[in-house]
Design a protein around this ligand. Sequence first.
Ligand code: SF4
Length: 446
Amino acid sequence: MADLSAMEIYQELPQTDCGDCNFPTCMAFAMQLANNQVSLDECPHVSEAAEEKLAASSAPPMKIVEIGEGEEALEIGGETVEFRHEEKFQRPTVIGIRLSDAVDEAEIGSRVEEIEELEFERVGEVISVDAVSVTNSSLPPGEFGEFVRKADEATNLPLIVLSEEPEAIEKGLEAVGSGNPLIGRATEENWEEMTELADEYECPMAVEGESLEELAELTERITDEGVEDLVLLPEYSELGDGLEKFTRLRRLAIDEEFSPLGYPLMARVEDGQNPYQQVAEGASHVLKYCSVLTMDTTEPWQVLPTLATRQHIYVDPQVQSSVDSKLHEVGDPGPESPVLFTTNFQLTYYSVEGELEDAGFSAYVAVKDTGGLGILNAYADDQLSGEGIVETVREQGAMEKVDHNRLIIPGLVPQLRMAVQEESGWNVEVGPEDAASIPRYLREEW
Ligand code: SF4
């Protein structure tokens, strides 16, 4: 809530300290609201007048737009900062894969299956694509509706329906009826017909323009007609040019609060270029500053880097990613299984777990709370000592689960081996420096 201080917000709240918002006092809630950490609707007791006043000043400089409906609906936009160190980015990039109408209708189902299978487990999370981008590039506009209908029947994912031809979009919308797809592309030439369709079907619309001035003029004309859920699709010739435009758009929206450009951004990574370039382009657009990205490929190796980039960007950089500090069981460990020690830095733990699982090893992994720091950082920060390792392993009862006394500590801190051994009396072994070498180490040493 950029414009109001915590005290000004507090004045508008009921001041009953009822706790229904999960904060003990209205002041605590007001402070969180002033820092954009909660939303106003978490207090169920705000009066209508106060709600109006607070909502008006809390409207983010970039519009929030919804694509799809029901459980699969996706929210984009509403970003409030240019840099992640200022505040967490709010709404992750929607990544859609293109389903071109050049595909034979009989292959729609299998192409959609390929799209939906683009799902990966990475550092303990499932990451996947979010939408199907049904694109009119070859069928006559009058036949596009049937293609969109079949695509819609084949997937539960939200649709992005794209064509330069208003007639094709109209047929597509007639075919799916509702569903709140993102439609486009509204341009200088077709914006009036496209706006009528977005208005009639109450769906969000992508507006395409070459220059920022053209985009701003278009959005002003379109919003004058009552359509406000817009996404900006800037044209560009090369990636560098595109990134410059996206950065300028973000600054104008956030820093200048220039409302004609205060909308989420969209980019398309198209086939026909070097496949490695497509990977670079996809990841770059997630970094700078796309809220919607469509890609043409269904190759997992090309899509995964973009999804992984999104996974990294849309976390709070001020909060270390960590896992529970406890004894983790990987696979189905028993009395003979190895006992490993590591810290609760999320990436470290899931790398260890993933390597063990992929190699088919079962093991106990004792995880120490280092505030989310990795091995070397924890050691440098005096959070990892021989005594601390022994205390963690003992408290978690790791050695009671096995009928041996061998403990494997990370290869990055071999200097702690003697301290752990002397303190515990266990047979302490120094494992490899990196998680990827754990399977080979266990095959050779265990
Ligand atoms: S729910 Fe509303 S009234 Fe109750 S403590 Fe929270 S802010 Fe105050």
